[in-house]
Design a protein around this ligand. Structure first.
Ligand code: ADP
Ligand code: ZN
Length: 791
């Protein structure tokens, strides 16, 4: 027997299959998808078996044997092997790179598989096991006969396979306290201390986080410790970040007629075992999630699995809660903040069928189920579904291919579908299902537009218009809450010398530096370059520096000063740490903080009953970006954030502050009119010959040397021009919108095409050529098929 193996070296020259002999003692263990060790040249490396075959055309005496097999069960399914190849071809990528993206990173690291006895193993399982070892058996040391003996118990889960990572041997602990069980109690005046002590004595040791969640401050904890009632301890925590958490009960709802109609259509596709793509277009709060939940229930009843995609899981804690509440332990949560070990645990639950639904962001589209019954992509228009680094892929396309393979429905849900998806639903490629009403009493708020041009004319130079100011004061007086959005982090946008007009720029990138007050420094948002805030102008030496533009940090300060209230700020700078999102959101909700201020990360999925006002401080931040999707993104953001208002009993109000009050993206967002926006945007796309009228490929050429970039760009242009038909359009080469990032000059070429059967061959050749070229001249070519941003 022979195996075709793809080796784990990311080099274009070895981006093909190599044949190895399967030694007899490994014949039963090796299957397509197995992770193996093979000798390659002078070294031993990891590889993946893509195919097992009886014969080979090669000279058998020259074929090297596979050395080891790493796991009991193959890590890849046949479907995923096939998918990875298809993706590599489409996105001009090395096959191994895609395989590595599909698998959890833990499988790339030095790890070994071991077998251990489970707690409820039978006597006979134990006896068999003990023949090999008392504690754990290293899988790669087993031969076929050994495995034959063990396999029945592995299948019955009496013997379990585990991965051991060198860096995860240490168990995770958190700080906490335990009672010293003294006979005396804290003084009767220290009510909080008495309460907390009772809690700790009743429930056993608690972590600081748990105690804080119960509403006790760190001060109370310290007082108990200082007074000797409790002692500090380290508490072992489980790796499942959601384990042990109590989820509020989310009941199954009786569907509204619109929901029922959508559900019935999808159910039919499930019952008929046919693949179909549905576009579930429903306004915010129209009950899309309820439809997802009931569709998934259907799928589970048929013994199949469901993949649930969300744009970013840290931003959707409420969604995860609803799924956990309905489906309990059947849910695996794939989270970008998971450690390698945690992520691997979740992956295994899926691969071994212990979890039946996987919920997660982009990479969750690779969930290793063997029997997918539906794939759902919530907020399908979100740009986070496209991976912006190698390997490039769009989760929507991957989902489509997987759903085709499994003959199951793909459901794309959104209040503001991508122009591409809506266009497909217009021509019947996708089946569109509409939810136009909210099932609850809540009305959809009608936003108001405030022209900041007029504000300026009337002498108000503040970033907060008079109208918004009035409403903020009104909400504060009524104890209601509000969400304010400013899509720009940092304190001030840039620094300018009032004397000579000099603006400090990043030395590595063609972009001005942003002032951050917390560390009193200037920072580059592209390369993380940082320098201390200067005291005088770097160009003319005058001490006349002025901060211009406003970021979330400054607004936070203004809000606190002006209204004398607490503000929760959410942006990249306040949410870096694990769990920070959830914590900020729960503080906002539980402590009824009047204002949640943030960048676009607050626009998604939040459902707070007491929020009755949403204010967009500057609706133009995205509109002004040099990208053909700028209008679309503006419309989406405004619509989405509007949906956060009025989720409770009180009607919500929304205000958009803008300098472009007549722009159609802003006008149609105000009118809540997706369809009119779509039609208008399509006119522009047609005229400017952009997606969905054309497909795009973005070529970015970069190097530290400007002359090399220009030469390479012009060469590449020539190659493409020669190979594509004259119906396609080539734009460039021209400098990228940001000409230099991290000291590298950048040029771009945009290809727009409708049909180019030979194109992918050309792209692969170019990629080949430039991966070699890179080694010679450090000039790199990046080929982005279906780019999300043309920047
Ligand atoms: P979306 O995902 O479209 O934003 P959700 O599914 O979150 O909407 O629904 C919004 C609110 O309406 C939620 O509080 C949900 O519990 C409630 N809801 C959804 N469907 C129904 C229904 N059929 N009957 C009553 N309430 C519903
Ligand atoms: Zn920089």
């Amino acid at each position: 027997m022979y195996a075709s193996v793809i080796v784990a070296i990311s080099n274009k020259n070895v981006d093909r299959l190599f044949t190895y002999k399967i030694p007899e003692h490994l014949e039963d263990k090796i299957q397509p998808g197995s992770r193996v060790f093979v000798s390659f040249g002078p070294r031993m490396i990891q590889g993946f078996v893509v195919e097992v075959k009886n014969d080979t055309d090669l000279d058998p005496s020259k074929i090297k044997p596979i050395q080891k097999v790493m796991d009991v069960y193959p890590v890849l399914t046949k479907e995923l092997i096939h998918l990875s190849k298809k993706l590599a071809d489409y996105y001009v990528e090395r096959h191994i790179k895609v395989i590595e993206a599909i698998l959890p990173a833990a499988l790339k690291m030095k790890s070994r598989s071991v077998l251990k006895l489970s707690d409820d193993a039978s006597t006979i399982a134990r006896e068999t096991f003990k023949k090999f070892d008392d504690e754990k058996i290293d899988v790669k040391l087993l031969d076929m006969n050994d495995l034959k003996q063990l396999m029945p118990f592995i299948n019955s889960k009496e013997i379990i396979e585990e991965k051991e990572f060198s860096q995860h041997t240490k168990k995770k602990t958190r700080r906490g306290i335990e009672s010293n069980y003294l006979d005396i109690k804290p003084s009767s005046r220290a009510v909080k201390q008495i309460e907390l002590l009772e809690l700790v004595e009743e429930s056993g040791p608690l972590t600081y986080e748990q105690i804080e969640e119960e509403g006790y401050s760190i001060g109370v904890i310290n007082a108990l410790v200082d007074n000797g009632f409790c002692k500090k301890i380290d508490i072992l925590v489980e790796r499942d970040p959601y384990e042990g958490r109590v989820f509020y009960q989310d009941e199954k709802k009786i569907l509204t007629p619109e929901q029922q109609h959508a559900f019935d259509k999808i159910k039919k596709s499930i019952d008929d075992d046919t693949h179909e793509t549905f576009l579930l277009h429903g306004i915010t709060g129209s009950g899309k999630t309820e439809v997802y939940l009931q569709v998934i229930e259907e799928v589970l009843n048929r013994g199949e699995n469901a993949i649930m995609m969300v744009p970013e899981i840290a931003l959707t804690p409420q969604m995860v809660q609803r799924f956990k509440s309905r489906f309990g332990d059947d849910v695996a949560v794939i989270h970008s903040m998971l450690s390698h070990g945690e992520r691997y645990d979740e992956w295994r639950k899926i691969r071994e069928g212990r979890a039946r639904i996987s919920i997660g962001a982009r990479s969750n589209v690779f969930a290793a189920f063997q029997n997918v019954g539906c794939i759902i992509i919530d907020e399908e228009h979100e740009s986070t579904y496209k991976q912006n680094e190698r390997p490039y892929y769009h989760a929507r396309l991957v989902a489509k291919w997987r759903a085709e393979y499994y003959n199951c429905p793909l459901i794309l849900g959104s209040a503001t579908p991508s122009i591409e998806s809506y266009a497909r639903s217009e021509v019947g490629v996708y089946q569109r299902l509409e939810l136009t009403e909210r099932p609850t009493e809540q009305t959809v708020p009608t936003p108001e537009i405030v022209s900041m041009v007029k504000e300026r004319e009337d002498g108000n130079t503040s970033i907060i218009s008079r109208k918004l100011d009035m409403k903020i004061r009104d909400r504060i007086s009524k104890d209601e809450q509000m969400i304010l959005l400013l899509n720009r982090r940092g304190y001030a946008n840039f620094l300018v010398c009032q004397n000579c007009g000099h603006v400090p720029m990043c030395p590595n990138c063609d972009i001005s530096l942003t002032y951050h007050k917390s560390n009193n420094s200037l920072m580059c948002h592209y390369c993380a370059y940082e320098e201390p805030m200067p005291t005088k102008c770097g160009a003319c030496g005058e001490h006349d520096l002025s901060l211009r533009g406003t970021g979330t940090q400054k607004i936070e300060e203004i809000l606190r000063d002006t209204y004398n209230v607490d503000v929760v700020r959410m942006d990249i700078d306040t949410t870096r740490n694990k769990g920070a999102h959830e914590k900020l959101l729960s503080t906002f909700e539980k402590e009824n903080i009047p204002i949640l201020l943030g960048t676009q990360m607050i626009a998604k999925g939040l459902d707070f009953k007491n929020v009755t006002l949403v204010g967009v401080l500057n609706a133009d931040t995205i509109l002004n970006l040099p990208d053909f999707r700028a209008n679309e993104r503006t419309f989406q953001l405004l619509t989405q954030v509007s949906g956060r208002a009025g989720r409770g009993d009180v009607e919500g109000e929304v205000i958009f502050q803008t300098y472009n009050e007549d722009h159609y993206a802003i006008q149609f967002a105000k009118e809540n009119d997706y369809r009119s926006f779509y039609l208008r945007e399509m006119e522009y796309r047609k005229l400017a010959r952009y997606s969905p009228y054309y497909f795009h490929v973005l070529f970015t050429i970069s190097s530290e040397y400007q002359d090399r970039v220009i030469k390479a760009a012009s060469d590449i242009h020539t190659v493409i021009q020669k190979d594509v038909s004259n119906r396609s359009i080539l734009i460039g080469p021209s400098p990228s919108p940001i000409e230099r990032i991290q000291n590298k000059y950048r040029f771009q070429i945009i290809l727009k095409y409708k049909s180019e059967p030979e194109l992918f061959k050309v792209l692969h050749e170019l990629d080949n050529k430039y991966s070699k070229e890179y080694q010679k001249t450090q000039t790199s070519l990046r080929i982005d098929v279906d780019p999300e941003y043309i920047m």
